[in-house]
Design a protein around this ligand. Structure first.
Ligand SMILES: [Zn+2]
Length: 345
């Protein structure tokens, strides 16, 4: 899922996203709640209509950004009290409020509020966060179902989020408790935040072993191209990451042969496309030399073209993974992709 933080995937028009074949994008509740405000978006017909995007949207709970962006956050069983990073105003984000905001936005998939802790975390802190995450998930599910009873069937799915830091038993405990609440889909959160890739995989595997195969399983905030097949191999169906869009704006391009840092002087007269194996409209038309020049000159078009290519690369990479699954050679595909990335262009 490309990340559309502020109701836009940075530097891409929705027409381009459609052309690229994006079926679902992510919107950030924290940002949209503070600006323009969820009630404004509700009055304008919901997030789909507001941003003119008919395909699916997943919204996060806002919790992760509250923990990472806002000032003076104070967490209690009630929720998280924080000051806006925009104007310093005080807000309370509770499990019920996170449900209400996402219903106003009208996303297709909404996430429950969970407690994100920094890793590595001591065991007692991880245990307390799992306990609170479960209590909040129960409240969020209850509130969602109450809203559904009042307003008739809601056209939205609500996902629970497995926490537990890097403790396998806590991950299992968290998954079991969420399964009792019964969600139509489950996410694994609080990973890929600095721990080694092997630990990310181990904790993901511990969770997916318990989560039902016939419901979507979503690993939040990953990942690098060479890691994606590992997560899919562990049973993950959905992922989101700012990497392809953020890296593009920093002149880092993903290709079938590894990363291309396009500002490098070696590309100054390079008449090749970014990636010869890429079928995107940028690679069909423009050269590395031109793109390098646009970045050097600080032109907006640089970000537009680079983002277009990187999103194409990620979505195409996922298409290749699906194909590898059908042919029964995902492991081979994964090790080949890793070897290419290790070798570099
Ligand atoms: Zn391309």
């Amino acid at each position: 899922m490309p990340v559309g933080t502020q109701a836009t995937v940075k530097s891409l028009r929705n027409e381009a996203l459609e052309e690229l074949g994006a079926q679902i994008i992510l919107g950030n509740t924290y940002h949209l709640y503070l600006r323009p405000g969820h009630e404004v978006i509700r009055r304008l017909g919901g997030l789909h209509k507001f941003m003119s995007w008919e395909r699916a949207i997943l919204t996060d709970s806002g919790g992760y950004q509250v923990f990472s962006l806002s000032e003076l956050r104070k967490i209690s069983d009630e929720g998280v009290r924080f000051r806006s990073h925009l104007d310093g105003a005080e807000h309370l984000l509770s499990p019920e409020k996170a449900v209400g905001i996402q219903l106003a936005l009208g996303s297709d998939i909404a996430m429950v509020l969970d407690e994100c802790i920094e890793t590595p975390a001591p065991r007692d802190q991880a245990e307390a966060a799992v306990k609170r995450t479960t209590a909040w998930a129960k409240r969020a599910r209850g509130h969602f179902q109450e809203c559904a009873r009042r307003n008739g069937d809601l056209p939205q799915w609500q996902f629970g989020i497995v926490q537990g830091a890097t403790f396998a038993d806590q991950r299992q405990e968290s998954a079991r408790q969420l399964l009792e609440i019964d969600f139509p889909g489950y996410a694994v959160g609080g990973l890929a935040v600095g721990e080694p890739h092997e630990i990310t995989c181990e904790m993901t595997g511990v969770a997916t072993a318990l989560l039902p195969k016939n419901r979507p399983r979503y690993l939040m905030g990953v990942g690098r191209p060479e890691q994606l097949a590992d997560y899919v191999g562990l049973g993950i169906d959905m992922m989101d990451c700012v990497l392809p869009t953020r890296a593009a704006r920093h002149a880092c391009l993903y290709t079938s042969q590894g990363k291309v840092l396009i500002k490098n002087a070696r590309y100054a007269q390079d008449q090749n496309p970014i990636d010869r194996a890429c079928s995107c409209s940028v690679c069909k038309r423009y050269t590395r030399a031109y793109l390098r020049h646009l970045f050097a000159a600080g032109e907006l078009t640089a970000a537009i073209l680079a983002t277009h290519h990187n999103i194409h690369f990620y979505l195409d990479f996922m298409r290749q993974i699906r194909e590898a699954i059908e042919f029964g050679n995902l492991a081979k595909f994964s090790s080949e992709a890793k070897a290419r990335y290790a070798a570099g262009p």
